[in-house]
Structures are given as C-alpha cells and as structure tokens.
Design a protein around this ligand. Structure first.
Ligand SMILES: Nc1ncnc2c1ncn2[C@@H]1O[C@H](COP(=O)(O)OP(=O)(O)OP(=O)(O)O)[C@@H](O)[C@H]1O
Length: 463
C-alpha cells in the first residue's frame, strides 16, 4: 500500500499533454502548501493522471511504466472518459483516489480539493496525539488510518468497521469521532450489541418512561439520546436481533425515536459508526441481517488489518504496551531482548492486538523492576531467530542495545542507569541459563544471597 508521508513535502508529478496549463490551473484552484510540483522536492511521490478521450488506459500504462516506484496514483477523468477507466484493467495497487468530474474545469477544482485533503490527512497521520494512540507505521495500518481520517474529517455518513476481534475497531471508531470537526466535543456512546438482552434492549437503546415495565421506577435516556450531537457506536452490530434492526433502521432514516412506554417522538442527531467481525453480507444473504439496514450503515466501510498483516508494527506496539504496563514504576523503558522480540513478532495472535497487549502486560508484570525483558516466563517456546520476516523487523542485539542506551540518554538517565541495564541483562542471561541458582550466582561472581537480594531490590517498587 501507499505511504505518502516522510515529514517533508508531498511530491506530485503531473502528467498531462499541456503540463504547464495543468500546473497553472491547479495553482489557481488552491493547491495546498504541502504539495510540491517541483520534481526535485524531497518526499514520496503521488502521480496525478489526467487524461482525455480514449487514451486513459493507454496513458495510465505509459505512466505506470515511467513511474514504477510511485507511492500513489490519483487518476482523474471527466465524464466523457469515465467509461474508459475500466479500473480492474489498469488500476495499480497504489491507486489512492479516482476523481471523476463532469468536465475539465470541474475536474481541476476537484483534484485541487483532493490534494488539499490528502495533504491535510498526511499531517493528521503524523500528529503526535494520533501516533501515541493508534500506534503503528506499517503500510497496512497507515492505509487504514488514512481511510479513517478521511471518513472522520470529511465523510458525514455512516461507517462500518470490519475486522477480526481485537484488531482495533473500537479504537478506529473513536478516532473517527475525534477527527469529526463538528462532533468531537460531544459524547461517544458505545453500545455492545452482544450484551443487549432481548427484554431490555429497547430501553437501553431508546430509553424508557417511568413505569414502562416492572423495574422502571424513573424515566431514563437510552444510548440514542445520549449520543445526540456526537457518535453512536454499535459494536458487534451483526448480533442485533431482527426486531431491533427494524427499529434502528427507522431511527437512522428519520433521526426520530420513541422511548419504551411513551408515545412522543423525540429527536437525536448522531453520527452512526458500527463494527463487526462477522461477514455481514453473508448474514444478509442468510436473512439474519436486514439488507436495507446493511446499506444504511455502509456509506463507508473500512477494514482493520489483523495483527498478522501488520507484524512490522509489533516492536512499536510492544514498547507502547510496556510503557503502559510499567507507567510510574521506574526510569526509562526496559530493553526487550531480541529473542523476546523475535518471539513476539513471530507468534500467532488469534486475539490480535488485544492478545499482544495481554502477553506484554504479563511479561512486564513478571519482570517488573528489571531493566531488561528476557525470555523468562514466556508462554511458549522461543523459536530460533531464522525467520526472514522477523529478522527484518527485530533489531539485532547491538542495535537493540544501542536503542536502549539512546533511549536512556534521551531520557537524561546517564551512566548509572545504563550500567543497570547491562547488569540487569547479565542477571537475566545467567538466570536464563541456570535459573536463580548458585550456578547463576557463580557465573556472575556474586553469592547466591546477593543474587537473590538483587532480585528483591529490582522487584521492589521504586522509591
Ligand atoms: N494501533 C494500536 N495502538 C494502540 N493500541 C491498540 C492499537 N490497536 C488496538 N489497540 C488496543 O488493542 C485493544 C483491542 O482493540 P479494540 O477494542 O479497538 O479492538 P476491536 O477490534 O474493537 O475488538 P472487538 O472486536 O473484540 O470488540 C484495545 O486495548 C486497543 O486500545
């Protein structure tokens, strides 16, 4: 997939019979500052394709040959050329956007707008707050974030987030909400459709009037009312029962609802985002999900990649979850031994990022106080570091050590802390070979009691 961001300007190469005119027109239509038409500018490449007549396919092929390493293609065509853009025939995998407009003038306006948005989205993706919350730099994850940023910032409609359990759908739904310029200050209301009981589901979604049923001692708002002005997030929407689907459809269409036990129509203006790990199209085919509701909730769809599709992000995620687990328990982050990182990068994760988070927090808990995270207490055999994929991702020892030392220096921790990293590493390696035994103590040239004490000191909470 594509990555346009490199901390510099986005370089856009234009192809058009009359390049000078195209350039002038685009500038006139408000090309953003971040976009450079200067081919010598640093940065990744987006290629803008504008073609007339029947030559779209032929032109695209020519440009693909000329720019085989382009990161992204934006293809532009007018209504007259649209029918010649048979996407499957020539769209490259890196096609970022297809822009269609009725005529050349409208096309230029639209292209300039898309480029402006693209540049804005790249800025959003590089924002510190987003990088800290939605950790990962892999092309698959960046492509997902780009789609989510586009929906959040510019899309007004409903969005269905697809993906396996634990791969970050709820996190993405929150991002859509936080990126929505009009709604981000209003509530983000989550409804887990798996926990909606058949008896109370209507009340949980729509609220109830006092005395509507046995335990309704007072009137209460439901999720739909609470999400007014903000976002209603229906997690596991595929679990909704058919009668509730019908009621929900009405609310989505008309933004009106009635509390249980009440006859008055009430209004709620919310953005709807849904998530599912089911194949909803198959559910529609099987008659378990209403097709009209399906079309209503899928104005946009974004698929969150599995962790296996973004293994390159695992080292970053490991450090993120380590920092989360060890917050407040001492200076700096411990060094993760390359063997451990290799294990974490190559192991299978049925529960995706959630499972990785649990594994890392268990490791951090077991080795709290150490400056080095070793293989001690891993929940599976450590494979040999031969796997090509993992060796590309995992830093080898000297590099891992250098990172740890650089991290310590950046955090202003000095030689004492760095010495502790080395000492901790030696203890971990010796214990890895012999356990916490007199043999390990001998190897480290300390008494077994001193080794044990060191362990206690290390595991004691920091002063
Ligand atoms: N890129 C990421 N950076 C940081 N944390 C992440 C990332 N992706 C997922 N997580 C974390 O992983 C956990 C699972 O994510 P989330 O709940 O969003 O998954 P989900 O797909 O909604 O799961 P489910 O289908 O089971 O509801 C959460 O703690 C979330 O914060």
């Amino acid at each position: 997939m594509i990555s346009l961001s490199c901390g510099g300007k986005m370089r856009v190469v234009l192809y058009h019979d009359d390049r000078a005119r195209l350039e002038r027109d685009l500038h006139e239509h408000g090309l953003p500052d971040q976009v450079s038409l200067d081919e010598s500018a640093r940065g990744m490449l987006a290629v803008l394709v504008v073609a007339d007549g029947n030559r779209v396919t032929e032109a695209a092929q020519r440009w693909l040959r000329a720019e085989p390493r382009a990161d992204a293609f934006i293809a532009g065509c007018t209504a007259a050329t649209r029918c010649h853009c048979i996407p499957e025939a020539w769209w490259p995998a890196a096609l970022y956007d297809l822009v269609c407009a009725p005529d050349h003038e409208a096309l230029l306006t639209e292209l300039a707008l898309r480029l402006r948005r693209l540049a804005e989205i790249e800025d959003v993706l590089d924002a510190q707050w987003l990088r800290e919350r939605a950790v990962g730099d892999s092309p698959a994850w960046r492509a997902t974030l780009r789609a989510v940023a586009q929906v959040g910032r510019y899309g007004r409609g409903t969005c269905l987030l697809l993906g396996e359990s634990g791969c970050g759908k709820e996190l993405l739904a929150r991002l859509i909400h936080d990126l929505d310029p009009e709604r981000h200050r209003a509530p983000f209301v989550v409804v887990d459709c798996t926990t909606l009981s058949p008896e109370l589901s209507g009340s949980e979604l729509f609220g109830h009037a006092k005395g509507a049923f046995t335990h309704a001692v007072s009137a209460r708002d439901g999720a739909v009312a609470m999400a007014d002005g903000g976002t209603l997030f229906l997690d596991e929407v595929g679990e909704l029962q058919l009668p509730l689907q019908a009621r929900l459809l009405r609310v989505i269409q008309e933004r009106m609802y009635k509390r249980v036990g009440e006859d008055t129509w009430r209004k709620s203006d919310f953005r709807l985002t849904c998530a599912t790990n089911r194949d909803l199209e198959a559910e529609v085919q099987a008659g378990r999900f209403r097709s009209d509701l399906y079309f209503r909730i899928t104005q946009w769809t974004v698929r969150a990649p599995t962790l296996a599709e973004r293994r390159a992000d695992i080292p970053l995620l490991v450090r993120h979850f380590l920092a989360e687990s060890l917050a407040g328990s001492g200076p700096g982050l411990p060094l993760v031994m390359p063997e451990v990182m290799h294990y974490l990068v190559t192991r299978a994760y049925q529960g995706n990022v959630r499972e990785l988070r649990n594994v890392v927090s268990r490791l951090a808990e077991r080795q709290r106080g150490f400056q080095v995270i070793s293989t001690f207490g891993l929940d599976g055999p450590v494979p040999e570091m031969r796997n090509g994929l993992a060796t590309d991702i995992v830093n080898p020892w000297p590099e891992a050590l250098r990172h740890a030392i650089e991290g310590a220096l950046d955090a202003g921790l000095g030689l004492k802390h760095i010495g502790q990293v080395a000492e901790s590493m030696a203890v971990q390696v010796a214990e890895g070979r012999h356990g916490c035994t007199s043999r390990a103590a001998e190897l480290l040239q300390v008494t077994p009691r001193a080794l044990q004490l060191r362990r206690q000191v290390r595991t004691a909470p920091p002063a």
